[in-house]
Ligand binder design. Structure first.
Ligand code: HAM
Length: 432
């Protein structure tokens, strides 16, 4: 019988061990920044009741109309969906657990999201977002703080210049007026609308502005602008945000065409874009979503947040050569099997007590072949717990990488009891 070959699901990637250091580095770097602004982690399930997203993200969005992995739970008939984004899920959890009762919340999350899109570079069906939501705070100071926090993350990650585009979607009544004007305008030019636009004309005309159809660009460019429908308050909100962002020295442009693909936004929306990743250059998107908490059954409370695409950020770091070299192993312990293996394993334990990352050679092999493994492991030091050395109460330590003035550049014998301390000192010297 022919052996069956198994492959992963299209558009869903394995993260292989050689990629683990960069994934961990990106998450840690961002979380350090988030913590410095008072954000705490929240984890919600990957499955939610479908209503959370149809209500939260909006019925007439690409995500809900054609990208969700939804199914009926065969055990009880529940309608469930693999989360396509996390803002709605976080708000659902915050409401369910009353986390906004008389207080505010600053929350972050990181994990897989699922959208049934056409896979291509930077666009996957399972992808990962690192995001944050600030809930219960109404002012543009919080929007500005989020922008400042993101600018700090890009700097810490070393992704190079990324362009910030901002826009405002105004307040609900203003949007309503603009919407009516848009419908009237597009009705008058119905013959120029494509199928998608015709379908959205009465359900979500704002999204027509987002069209990628080149034949409709002229029409869309001349369409009524929301900016012209904004009242005093919305204008003041945007100008305060601009003022705070500028005074932090962050460059931005206002893009009146930026409407975002999710329906819960009002006032501020923003995206960070790079020109180094081709068509999928948006590494991060977000904005204010004051209606959402109430839409998902909570007492009205404002919210604002963002999510970055981890795959895109990592791809960008690779493009600009910012991949940190991180070895996973500090020390490789070699031995002669038998009694020396037992001692090697105990010595490894004393090193781990000091936080050193140690691999002890598994099984038995010649020292030459163990050395090859030691070298390939990426370890900084080899420790020889071989019979001769152990018999004298010593082990040998040798640096495996060429560093200037590296300790143990030559193989050196040290007392077995002191070996863990010596290695710890040597590692500290390397990392100084
Ligand atoms: P979004 O713009 O749909 O916003 O997604 C945020 C980011 O996730 C995008 O800018 C992109 O980097 C990444 N992303 C989206 N789809 C894919 C995909 N198929 N493959 C790879 N990366 C992708 C949201 O999801 C909102 N929840 C953001 C937010 C949080 N707004 C307020 N709070």
């Amino acid at each position: 019988m022919a052996k069956e070959k198994f492959t992963g699901v299209k558009g869903m990637n394995d993260m292989l061990p050689q990629d683990a250091p960069i994934w961990q580095y990106v998450q840690k770097t961002c979380v350090d920044v988030l913590s410095s602004y008072g954000y705490q982690e929240i984890r919600t399930p990957i499955l939610e009741n479908t209503r959370v997203f149809t209500r939260g993200v909006g019925e007439v969005t690409d995500i809900v109309e054609k990208e969700m992995y939804s199914f009926t739970d065969s055990m009880n008939g529940d309608q469930l969906t693999l989360r396509p984004e996390c803002t709605s899920a976080v708000v659902r959890a915050v409401n369910e657990h009353n986390l906004l009762y008389g207080t505010t919340q600053r929350l972050w999350y990181c994990g897989p999201m699922f959208r049934h899109e056409r896979p291509q570079r930077g666009r996957y069906r399972q992808f990962h977002q690192l995001g944050a939501e600030a809930l219960g705070m109404a002012g543009p100071d919080i929007d500005a703080e989020i922008i400042m926090m993101l600018a700090r993350m890009w700097k810490a990650l070393g992704v190079g210049p990324v362009k910030l585009e901002m826009n405002t979607l105004g307040a609900q009544e203003e949007r309503q007026k603009h919407r009516e004007a848009l419908i009237a305008y597009f009705e008058a030019h119905k013959d120029q609308l494509d199928e998608d636009a015709l379908r959205r004309l009465y359900t979500n005309p704002l999204r027509i502005l987002d069209t990628k159809n080149p034949d409709m660009q002229g029409l869309v460019d001349a369409a009524p602008k929301l900016l012209d429908y904004l009242g005093e308050e919305s204008r003041a909100f945007l100008s305060r945000l601009e003022e705070l962002v500028s005074s932090a020295g962050i460059e931005y442009s206002i893009n009146p065409r930026l409407v975002r693909g999710l329906d819960y936004y009002n006032h501020t929306v923003f995206e960070w874009i790079t020109d180094k990743l081709g068509a999928q250059g948006t590494i991060c998107g977000g904005g204010r979503y004051d209606p959402l908490v109430e839409m998902l059954g909570g007492r009205p409370a404002p919210g604002v947040g963002f999510a970055m695409g981890m795959e895109r950020v990592i791809e960008l770091m690779r493009e600009v050569g910012q991949v940190p070299k991180a070895s996973q192993t500090d020390v490789y312990v070699l031995h002669h099997g038998g009694e020396s293996q037992a001692k090697a394993m105990l010595l490894a334990e004393t090193m781990r007590d000091r936080g050193i990352r140690v691999v002890t050679h598994p099984g038995e092999a010649s020292i030459k072949s163990q050395m090859k493994k030691a070298d390939a492991s990426g370890a900084e030091f080899a420790v020889f717990a071989t019979e001769d050395e152990l018999a004298q109460g010593t082990v040998g330590i040798k640096a495996l990488r060429a560093h200037e003035h590296a300790p143990f550049a030559e193989q050196t014998l040290v007392a077995t009891a002191e070996a863990a301390d010596k290695v710890a000192e040597a590692l500290a010297a390397l990392h100084r």
